[in-house]
Ligand binder design. Structure first.
Ligand code: 5RP
Length: 220
């Protein structure tokens, strides 16, 4: 099975969590794209969806699926999204696609967060994948210096602007042994909009696509 087929297998298994006539939060990236396509095929009746990026909203709408404003929906029952890394406690690194802020907002507003990923995303200690940090443009150098103090090496994601008009610093060199503490520290740096560590609100369920099919992982 290819990596893409494993992503699709995880996305297919997440359909089980979608209730009829609900409003579903939908993430961003190639695994979330599979979920969007499979959701459209499934014909599960929905009240609508909330998208965590402009790209996902466009893909949903291209299938004729209604996209709603989170301010109009109230709390969501379910959020389905991919990840760049997960540890065994289902703390995540997200934001490889740059949609981390809206993803964190939709995850926060959802009762259940189902993360879908291929098996390569499950790691012992997070930090190999560069940690994305969304930053207000004028704070770029200041935040970069603060990240160095935390032991990381930040690099500007060249030519990239987030859906919110900000920049991304991708930070390498961090061994994330205390995800909750590091998320709090980085969020407190002035000029940081969001760090792509999802630890204060981790996933509730991780569905891993493996060569043997989808496997459900709960926090250990
Ligand atoms: C986008 C994300 C994605 O969920 C993450 O990058 C995983 O992407 P993919 O499903 O393409 O592997 O956080 O901001």
């Amino acid at each position: 099975m290819t990596q893409d087929e494993m992503k699709r297998a995880a996305a297919a298994a997440a359909l089980e969590y979608v209730e009829d006539n609900s409003i579903v939060g939908i993430g961003s990236g190639s695994t979330a794209n599979h979920f969007i396509d499979l959701l459209a095929k499934s014909m599960i009746p929905l009240k609508g969806t909330v998208a965590s990026s402009i790209k996902s909203a466009e893909r949903l709408e291209s299938h004729g699926i209604k996209v709603m404003d989170l301010n109009q929906t109230g709390p969501l029952d379910l959020y389905v999204d991919g990840a760049d890394e997960s540890d065994a406690k289902l703390n995540l690194i997200k934001g490889g696609g740059g949609a981390l802020t809206r993803e964190k907002i939709v995850a926060a507003a959802s009762a259940k967060f189902v993360c879908i990923a291929d098996e390569s995303k499950l790691v012992d200690v997070m930090g190999k994948f560069p940690l994305p940090v969304e930053v207000i443009p004028m704070a770029q150098s200041y935040v970069a210096r603060e990240m160095v103090k935390l032991g990381g090496q930040p690099a500007l994601r060249e030519g990239f602007v987030t859906d919110n008009g900000n920049i991304i610093l991708d930070v390498v060199g961090l061994e994330i042994r205390d995800p909750v503490g590091l998320e709090r520290k980085i969020n407190q740096i002035v000029g940081v909009v969001t760090v792509g560590l999802f630890a204060a609100r981790p996933a509730d369920v991780l569905i891993l696509g493996t060569p043997g099919g989808a496997q459900i992982v709960t926090a250990s």
